[in-house]
Write a protein that binds this ligand. Structure first.
Ligand code: RM4
Ligand code: MN
Ligand code: MN
Length: 422
Protein backbone atom coordinates (compact mmCIF):
# COMPACT_ATOMS: atom_id res chain seq x y z
CA UNK A 1 0.00 0.00 0.00
CA UNK A 2 1.80 3.12 -1.20
CA UNK A 3 1.82 6.17 1.03
CA UNK A 4 0.45 8.24 -1.83
CA UNK A 5 -2.73 6.15 -1.95
CA UNK A 6 -3.19 6.55 1.79
CA UNK A 7 -2.68 10.30 1.56
CA UNK A 8 -5.16 10.61 -1.30
CA UNK A 9 -7.73 8.61 0.61
CA UNK A 10 -7.24 10.76 3.71
CA UNK A 11 -7.52 13.90 1.65
CA UNK A 12 -10.91 12.78 0.38
CA UNK A 13 -12.21 12.10 3.87
CA UNK A 14 -10.53 14.80 5.89
CA UNK A 15 -13.51 17.16 6.22
CA UNK A 16 -15.80 14.52 7.56
CA UNK A 17 -13.08 13.38 9.95
CA UNK A 18 -12.38 16.85 11.26
CA UNK A 19 -16.02 17.46 12.07
CA UNK A 20 -16.23 14.25 14.08
CA UNK A 21 -12.85 14.77 15.70
CA UNK A 22 -13.57 18.33 16.86
CA UNK A 23 -16.81 17.17 18.40
CA UNK A 24 -15.16 14.57 20.67
CA UNK A 25 -11.83 16.38 21.16
CA UNK A 26 -13.52 19.32 22.86
CA UNK A 27 -14.30 17.19 25.90
CA UNK A 28 -10.97 15.39 26.20
CA UNK A 29 -8.90 16.86 29.00
CA UNK A 30 -5.35 15.87 27.99
CA UNK A 31 -5.92 15.62 24.27
CA UNK A 32 -2.29 15.65 23.12
CA UNK A 33 -1.27 13.15 25.75
CA UNK A 34 -4.08 10.80 24.70
CA UNK A 35 -3.20 11.13 21.01
CA UNK A 36 0.48 10.50 21.69
CA UNK A 37 -0.31 7.43 23.74
CA UNK A 38 -2.59 6.12 21.00
CA UNK A 39 0.12 6.67 18.41
CA UNK A 40 2.67 4.78 20.49
CA UNK A 41 0.36 1.83 21.15
CA UNK A 42 0.97 -1.19 18.89
CA UNK A 43 -0.42 -4.70 18.96
CA UNK A 44 1.50 -7.69 17.62
CA UNK A 45 -0.02 -9.86 14.91
CA UNK A 46 0.32 -13.65 15.18
CA UNK A 47 1.85 -15.40 12.19
CA UNK A 48 -0.68 -18.22 12.60
CA UNK A 49 -3.72 -16.05 12.02
CA UNK A 50 -3.11 -14.69 8.53
CA UNK A 51 -4.86 -17.57 6.82
CA UNK A 52 -8.43 -18.72 7.10
CA UNK A 53 -8.97 -20.64 10.29
CA UNK A 54 -10.90 -23.82 10.55
CA UNK A 55 -12.66 -25.99 13.07
CA UNK A 56 -12.42 -29.73 13.50
CA UNK A 57 -15.39 -29.94 11.12
CA UNK A 58 -13.88 -28.14 8.19
CA UNK A 59 -12.08 -25.21 6.72
CA UNK A 60 -13.25 -22.84 4.03
CA UNK A 61 -10.36 -21.05 2.42
CA UNK A 62 -10.85 -17.41 1.49
CA UNK A 63 -8.23 -17.27 -1.25
CA UNK A 64 -4.94 -15.44 -1.59
CA UNK A 65 -3.64 -16.79 1.71
CA UNK A 66 0.07 -16.29 2.40
CA UNK A 67 2.06 -19.31 1.20
CA UNK A 68 5.14 -18.72 3.31
CA UNK A 69 6.58 -16.58 6.07
CA UNK A 70 7.61 -13.79 3.69
CA UNK A 71 4.03 -13.44 2.49
CA UNK A 72 2.72 -13.46 6.04
CA UNK A 73 5.10 -10.64 6.87
CA UNK A 74 3.87 -8.73 3.81
CA UNK A 75 0.29 -9.12 5.05
CA UNK A 76 1.25 -7.73 8.46
CA UNK A 77 3.07 -4.95 6.60
CA UNK A 78 -0.20 -4.15 4.82
CA UNK A 79 -2.09 -4.00 8.12
CA UNK A 80 0.58 -1.77 9.65
CA UNK A 81 0.69 0.57 6.65
CA UNK A 82 -3.06 1.07 7.00
CA UNK A 83 -3.37 1.38 10.78
CA UNK A 84 0.15 2.25 11.98
CA UNK A 85 -0.61 0.15 15.04
CA UNK A 86 0.69 -3.32 14.21
CA UNK A 87 4.46 -3.00 14.06
CA UNK A 88 5.40 -6.53 15.07
CA UNK A 89 4.74 -10.17 14.31
CA UNK A 90 4.77 -13.16 16.63
CA UNK A 91 5.99 -16.45 15.16
CA UNK A 92 4.74 -19.92 15.98
CA UNK A 93 7.37 -22.57 15.49
CA UNK A 94 7.48 -24.91 13.59
CA UNK A 95 4.51 -23.48 11.67
CA UNK A 96 6.83 -20.65 10.65
CA UNK A 97 10.51 -21.43 10.70
CA UNK A 98 12.75 -18.47 9.80
CA UNK A 99 15.27 -20.44 7.69
CA UNK A 100 17.32 -17.35 6.95
CA UNK A 101 16.93 -15.00 9.89
CA UNK A 102 18.92 -12.13 8.38
CA UNK A 103 16.82 -12.09 5.23
CA UNK A 104 13.57 -12.43 7.17
CA UNK A 105 14.54 -9.58 9.50
CA UNK A 106 15.40 -7.37 6.55
CA UNK A 107 12.11 -8.23 4.84
CA UNK A 108 10.19 -7.30 8.00
CA UNK A 109 12.20 -4.11 8.49
CA UNK A 110 11.10 -2.94 5.03
CA UNK A 111 7.61 -2.63 6.47
CA UNK A 112 8.80 -1.19 9.78
CA UNK A 113 8.15 -4.49 11.57
CA UNK A 114 10.05 -6.32 14.27
CA UNK A 115 9.55 -9.68 16.00
CA UNK A 116 7.51 -10.12 19.13
CA UNK A 117 7.43 -13.24 21.35
CA UNK A 118 8.19 -16.59 19.74
CA UNK A 119 5.76 -19.43 20.42
CA UNK A 120 6.64 -23.09 20.83
CA UNK A 121 4.36 -25.90 19.71
CA UNK A 122 4.23 -29.16 21.61
CA UNK A 123 0.52 -29.69 21.09
CA UNK A 124 0.99 -31.44 17.74
CA UNK A 125 3.33 -34.17 16.62
CA UNK A 126 5.87 -32.83 14.18
CA UNK A 127 6.68 -34.71 10.98
CA UNK A 128 10.02 -36.20 11.92
CA UNK A 129 9.55 -36.29 15.67
CA UNK A 130 10.71 -39.48 17.38
CA UNK A 131 8.19 -39.34 20.19
CA UNK A 132 4.54 -38.41 20.40
CA UNK A 133 2.81 -35.70 22.42
CA UNK A 134 -0.43 -37.65 22.52
CA UNK A 135 -0.25 -37.77 26.31
CA UNK A 136 1.39 -34.42 26.84
CA UNK A 137 4.77 -32.77 26.52
CA UNK A 138 6.42 -30.96 29.45
CA UNK A 139 4.30 -32.90 31.95
CA UNK A 140 4.73 -36.30 30.30
CA UNK A 141 5.26 -39.41 32.42
CA UNK A 142 8.17 -40.39 30.13
CA UNK A 143 11.32 -38.33 30.60
CA UNK A 144 12.33 -38.88 26.98
CA UNK A 145 9.19 -37.10 25.77
CA UNK A 146 9.78 -34.26 28.22
CA UNK A 147 13.35 -33.93 27.00
CA UNK A 148 12.18 -33.72 23.39
CA UNK A 149 9.72 -30.95 24.31
CA UNK A 150 12.36 -29.09 26.33
CA UNK A 151 14.79 -29.28 23.40
CA UNK A 152 12.09 -27.90 21.09
CA UNK A 153 11.50 -24.91 23.38
CA UNK A 154 15.23 -24.21 23.57
CA UNK A 155 15.41 -24.36 19.77
CA UNK A 156 12.55 -21.83 19.58
CA UNK A 157 14.50 -19.49 21.85
CA UNK A 158 17.44 -19.76 19.43
CA UNK A 159 15.25 -18.76 16.49
CA UNK A 160 13.92 -15.89 18.56
CA UNK A 161 17.40 -14.66 19.44
CA UNK A 162 18.30 -14.57 15.74
CA UNK A 163 15.19 -12.52 15.02
CA UNK A 164 15.70 -10.08 17.87
CA UNK A 165 12.66 -11.09 19.91
CA UNK A 166 12.93 -11.32 23.68
CA UNK A 167 10.21 -13.62 24.97
CA UNK A 168 9.23 -17.26 24.66
CA UNK A 169 5.53 -17.90 24.89
CA UNK A 170 4.56 -21.37 26.11
CA UNK A 171 1.11 -22.80 25.81
CA UNK A 172 0.71 -26.49 26.63
CA UNK A 173 -2.20 -28.68 25.73
CA UNK A 174 -1.01 -31.08 28.47
CA UNK A 175 -3.83 -32.42 30.57
CA UNK A 176 -6.09 -35.43 30.86
CA UNK A 177 -9.33 -36.53 29.32
CA UNK A 178 -10.55 -38.84 32.08
CA UNK A 179 -10.46 -38.98 35.87
CA UNK A 180 -7.68 -41.23 37.07
CA UNK A 181 -5.63 -40.78 33.90
CA UNK A 182 -3.13 -38.50 35.58
CA UNK A 183 -1.51 -37.80 38.90
CA UNK A 184 -2.02 -34.02 39.17
CA UNK A 185 0.89 -33.46 41.52
CA UNK A 186 3.38 -35.39 39.42
CA UNK A 187 2.13 -33.72 36.25
CA UNK A 188 2.66 -30.32 37.84
CA UNK A 189 6.10 -31.24 39.16
CA UNK A 190 7.20 -32.58 35.79
CA UNK A 191 5.99 -29.38 34.16
CA UNK A 192 7.89 -27.27 36.67
CA UNK A 193 11.03 -29.32 36.24
CA UNK A 194 10.82 -29.05 32.43
CA UNK A 195 10.15 -25.32 32.58
CA UNK A 196 13.15 -24.89 34.89
CA UNK A 197 15.38 -26.37 32.21
CA UNK A 198 13.89 -24.07 29.57
CA UNK A 199 14.22 -21.12 31.95
CA UNK A 200 17.91 -21.89 32.38
CA UNK A 201 18.36 -21.51 28.61
CA UNK A 202 16.79 -18.02 28.49
CA UNK A 203 19.15 -15.18 27.60
CA UNK A 204 19.52 -12.52 30.33
CA UNK A 205 17.12 -10.04 28.81
CA UNK A 206 14.48 -12.65 27.91
CA UNK A 207 11.20 -13.61 29.54
CA UNK A 208 9.12 -16.77 29.43
CA UNK A 209 5.37 -16.23 29.26
CA UNK A 210 3.24 -19.02 30.67
CA UNK A 211 -0.23 -19.24 29.19
CA UNK A 212 -3.10 -21.06 30.90
CA UNK A 213 -6.30 -22.55 29.57
CA UNK A 214 -9.04 -24.43 31.46
CA UNK A 215 -9.98 -27.06 28.88
CA UNK A 216 -9.52 -28.18 25.28
CA UNK A 217 -8.04 -30.23 23.74
CA UNK A 218 -8.16 -32.10 27.04
CA UNK A 219 -11.58 -32.14 28.64
CA UNK A 220 -11.08 -33.34 32.19
CA UNK A 221 -8.00 -31.49 33.41
CA UNK A 222 -5.43 -29.09 32.02
CA UNK A 223 -2.06 -29.07 33.73
CA UNK A 224 -1.76 -25.27 33.48
CA UNK A 225 -5.48 -24.66 33.75
CA UNK A 226 -5.85 -21.25 35.32
CA UNK A 227 -3.96 -18.16 36.40
CA UNK A 228 -3.26 -19.64 39.83
CA UNK A 229 -1.44 -22.60 38.34
CA UNK A 230 0.43 -20.41 35.89
CA UNK A 231 1.34 -17.96 38.63
CA UNK A 232 2.53 -20.76 40.89
CA UNK A 233 4.88 -21.96 38.16
CA UNK A 234 6.01 -18.43 37.35
CA UNK A 235 6.83 -17.62 40.96
CA UNK A 236 8.74 -20.85 41.45
CA UNK A 237 10.69 -20.24 38.25
CA UNK A 238 11.80 -16.71 39.02
CA UNK A 239 11.72 -13.12 37.84
CA UNK A 240 11.90 -13.89 34.15
CA UNK A 241 8.72 -15.99 34.21
CA UNK A 242 5.32 -14.32 33.95
CA UNK A 243 1.70 -15.23 33.36
CA UNK A 244 0.14 -14.65 29.94
CA UNK A 245 -3.58 -13.94 29.81
CA UNK A 246 -5.45 -15.14 26.72
CA UNK A 247 -8.94 -13.66 26.98
CA UNK A 248 -10.55 -16.81 25.57
CA UNK A 249 -8.96 -19.06 28.17
CA UNK A 250 -11.44 -18.60 30.99
CA UNK A 251 -14.64 -20.28 32.01
CA UNK A 252 -17.71 -18.19 31.14
CA UNK A 253 -18.19 -15.01 33.20
CA UNK A 254 -14.79 -15.12 34.87
CA UNK A 255 -13.81 -11.68 36.18
CA UNK A 256 -10.71 -11.31 33.99
CA UNK A 257 -10.17 -7.67 34.96
CA UNK A 258 -9.64 -8.67 38.57
CA UNK A 259 -7.09 -11.32 37.58
CA UNK A 260 -5.25 -8.78 35.48
CA UNK A 261 -5.20 -6.22 38.25
CA UNK A 262 -3.60 -8.62 40.74
CA UNK A 263 -1.05 -10.07 38.33
CA UNK A 264 0.00 -6.55 37.46
CA UNK A 265 0.31 -5.70 41.15
CA UNK A 266 2.58 -8.70 41.64
CA UNK A 267 4.70 -7.77 38.58
CA UNK A 268 3.72 -11.10 37.08
CA UNK A 269 1.58 -10.04 34.13
CA UNK A 270 3.37 -10.97 30.91
CA UNK A 271 0.78 -9.59 28.57
CA UNK A 272 -2.20 -10.58 26.47
CA UNK A 273 -3.53 -12.73 23.74
CA UNK A 274 -6.58 -10.75 22.68
CA UNK A 275 -9.69 -12.28 21.18
CA UNK A 276 -13.36 -12.47 22.10
CA UNK A 277 -15.67 -15.33 22.89
CA UNK A 278 -19.18 -16.24 23.85
CA UNK A 279 -18.74 -19.81 25.04
CA UNK A 280 -15.17 -21.09 25.15
CA UNK A 281 -11.92 -20.48 23.32
CA UNK A 282 -13.89 -19.13 20.36
CA UNK A 283 -11.04 -16.92 19.07
CA UNK A 284 -13.48 -14.37 17.64
CA UNK A 285 -12.66 -10.81 16.64
CA UNK A 286 -11.67 -8.71 19.66
CA UNK A 287 -14.58 -6.63 20.92
CA UNK A 288 -17.16 -8.41 18.78
CA UNK A 289 -19.01 -9.99 21.70
CA UNK A 290 -18.17 -8.18 24.91
CA UNK A 291 -16.54 -4.79 24.37
CA UNK A 292 -17.48 -3.63 27.87
CA UNK A 293 -15.38 -6.36 29.45
CA UNK A 294 -12.49 -5.32 27.24
CA UNK A 295 -12.87 -1.76 28.44
CA UNK A 296 -12.95 -2.88 32.08
CA UNK A 297 -9.75 -4.84 31.52
CA UNK A 298 -8.08 -1.78 30.01
CA UNK A 299 -9.33 0.34 32.86
CA UNK A 300 -7.44 -1.95 35.27
CA UNK A 301 -4.41 -1.98 33.01
CA UNK A 302 -4.14 1.77 32.72
CA UNK A 303 -4.71 2.27 36.44
CA UNK A 304 -2.31 -0.54 37.40
CA UNK A 305 0.41 0.43 34.94
CA UNK A 306 0.24 4.06 36.02
CA UNK A 307 0.50 2.97 39.66
CA UNK A 308 3.76 1.20 38.79
CA UNK A 309 5.02 3.86 36.40
CA UNK A 310 5.02 1.49 33.43
CA UNK A 311 5.00 2.67 29.85
CA UNK A 312 1.64 1.58 28.42
CA UNK A 313 3.02 0.73 25.00
CA UNK A 314 6.01 -1.33 26.11
CA UNK A 315 5.39 -2.30 29.74
CA UNK A 316 3.75 -5.62 28.88
CA UNK A 317 3.13 -7.71 25.74
CA UNK A 318 0.15 -6.92 23.51
CA UNK A 319 -0.85 -9.51 20.99
CA UNK A 320 -3.84 -10.82 19.12
CA UNK A 321 -4.58 -14.54 19.14
CA UNK A 322 -7.66 -15.06 17.01
CA UNK A 323 -8.89 -17.30 14.24
CA UNK A 324 -10.89 -16.19 11.24
CA UNK A 325 -13.23 -18.80 9.89
CA UNK A 326 -15.60 -16.68 7.84
CA UNK A 327 -13.91 -13.28 7.45
CA UNK A 328 -10.95 -12.04 5.47
CA UNK A 329 -8.11 -12.43 8.02
CA UNK A 330 -6.63 -9.02 7.21
CA UNK A 331 -9.96 -7.26 7.72
CA UNK A 332 -10.59 -9.23 10.89
CA UNK A 333 -7.18 -8.32 12.31
CA UNK A 334 -7.72 -4.65 11.47
CA UNK A 335 -11.04 -4.81 13.33
CA UNK A 336 -9.37 -6.46 16.34
CA UNK A 337 -6.62 -3.86 16.55
CA UNK A 338 -9.23 -1.12 16.32
CA UNK A 339 -11.32 -2.68 19.10
CA UNK A 340 -8.29 -2.95 21.39
CA UNK A 341 -7.34 0.65 20.82
CA UNK A 342 -10.92 1.82 21.34
CA UNK A 343 -10.96 0.13 24.75
CA UNK A 344 -7.54 1.61 25.55
CA UNK A 345 -8.61 5.11 24.51
CA UNK A 346 -11.77 4.87 26.59
CA UNK A 347 -9.73 3.77 29.60
CA UNK A 348 -7.49 6.81 29.10
CA UNK A 349 -10.60 9.00 29.35
CA UNK A 350 -11.61 7.71 32.78
CA UNK A 351 -11.57 10.50 35.35
CA UNK A 352 -9.21 8.68 37.71
CA UNK A 353 -9.21 11.25 40.46
CA UNK A 354 -12.99 11.36 40.63
CA UNK A 355 -13.10 7.57 40.58
CA UNK A 356 -10.73 7.30 43.54
CA UNK A 357 -12.90 9.79 45.45
CA UNK A 358 -16.06 7.87 44.60
CA UNK A 359 -14.42 4.62 45.73
CA UNK A 360 -13.23 6.14 48.99
CA UNK A 361 -16.70 7.56 49.63
CA UNK A 362 -18.34 4.27 48.67
CA UNK A 363 -20.36 6.25 46.17
CA UNK A 364 -21.23 3.29 44.00
CA UNK A 365 -23.54 5.07 41.57
CA UNK A 366 -20.94 7.77 40.95
CA UNK A 367 -18.23 5.19 40.29
CA UNK A 368 -20.44 3.53 37.69
CA UNK A 369 -21.23 6.91 36.09
CA UNK A 370 -17.52 7.68 35.79
CA UNK A 371 -16.66 4.38 34.12
CA UNK A 372 -19.64 4.41 31.80
CA UNK A 373 -19.15 8.03 30.77
CA UNK A 374 -15.75 7.00 29.44
CA UNK A 375 -17.05 3.76 27.93
CA UNK A 376 -19.91 5.45 26.13
CA UNK A 377 -17.70 8.04 24.47
CA UNK A 378 -17.26 7.45 20.75
CA UNK A 379 -13.46 7.57 20.64
CA UNK A 380 -13.13 6.41 17.04
CA UNK A 381 -12.29 9.90 15.74
CA UNK A 382 -9.42 10.03 18.29
CA UNK A 383 -8.04 6.80 16.88
CA UNK A 384 -8.44 8.10 13.35
CA UNK A 385 -6.59 11.30 14.24
CA UNK A 386 -3.73 9.31 15.82
CA UNK A 387 -3.53 7.19 12.66
CA UNK A 388 -3.57 10.25 10.46
CA UNK A 389 -0.68 11.80 12.39
CA UNK A 390 1.28 8.56 12.10
CA UNK A 391 0.75 8.31 8.33
CA UNK A 392 -1.97 5.65 8.42
CA UNK A 393 -5.40 5.65 6.82
CA UNK A 394 -8.41 7.41 8.31
CA UNK A 395 -10.39 4.25 7.65
CA UNK A 396 -8.14 1.22 7.13
CA UNK A 397 -10.85 -1.22 6.08
CA UNK A 398 -12.49 1.20 3.66
CA UNK A 399 -9.17 1.81 1.93
CA UNK A 400 -8.30 -1.89 1.96
CA UNK A 401 -11.57 -2.56 0.15
CA UNK A 402 -11.28 0.38 -2.19
CA UNK A 403 -7.80 -0.79 -3.18
CA UNK A 404 -9.13 -4.32 -3.90
CA UNK A 405 -6.21 -5.71 -1.93
CA UNK A 406 -7.63 -9.20 -1.48
CA UNK A 407 -8.45 -9.53 -5.18
CA UNK A 408 -4.85 -8.63 -5.97
CA UNK A 409 -3.53 -11.12 -3.45
CA UNK A 410 -5.68 -13.84 -5.04
CA UNK A 411 -4.29 -12.91 -8.46
CA UNK A 412 -0.71 -13.15 -7.16
CA UNK A 413 -1.00 -16.13 -4.87
CA UNK A 414 -3.94 -18.07 -6.23
CA UNK A 415 -7.38 -19.02 -5.00
CA UNK A 416 -6.42 -22.29 -3.32
CA UNK A 417 -3.41 -21.39 -1.17
CA UNK A 418 -3.31 -22.50 2.43
CA UNK A 419 -1.38 -20.72 5.16
CA UNK A 420 0.11 -22.69 8.04
CA UNK A 421 -1.45 -21.98 11.41
CA UNK A 422 -4.78 -22.37 13.13
C1 RM4 B 1 -4.01 -22.07 21.84
C2 RM4 B 1 -3.38 -20.95 22.61
C3 RM4 B 1 -2.05 -20.54 22.11
C4 RM4 B 1 -1.95 -20.57 20.62
C5 RM4 B 1 -2.57 -21.79 20.02
C6 RM4 B 1 -2.52 -21.76 18.52
O1 RM4 B 1 -5.36 -22.22 22.16
O2 RM4 B 1 -4.25 -19.84 22.63
O3 RM4 B 1 -1.71 -19.26 22.53
O4 RM4 B 1 -0.58 -20.59 20.36
O5 RM4 B 1 -3.89 -21.90 20.45
MN1 MN C 1 -3.35 -17.84 23.09
MN1 MN D 1 -6.55 -20.24 22.55
Amino acid sequence: MEQQKIDEFNHQHIKDHQRKFNFVAEDVAKLDDVLQKLQAFNIAIPSWALGTGGTRFGRFSGGGEPRNLEEKISDVGMIHALNRSSNSISLHIPWDIPENATAIKAHAAQYGLHFDAVNSNTFQDQKDAKLSYKFGSLHHTDKAVRDQAIAHNIEVIKYGVELGSNALSVWLSDGSNFPGQLNFRKAFQNTLDSLQQIYAALPDDWKVWIEYKPFEPNFYSTTIGDWGQSHLLASKLGKKALTLVDLGHHLPNTNIEQIVSLLLMEQKLAGFHFNDSKYGDDDLTVGSINPYQLFLIFNELVEGMDARGLNHATGIGWMIDASHNVKDPIEDLIQSVEAIKIAYAQALLVDTKALVDAQNDNDVAKAQEILQTAYRTDVRPLLAEARLRAGGALSPIALYREGAVRANLIKQRGEKTQATGL
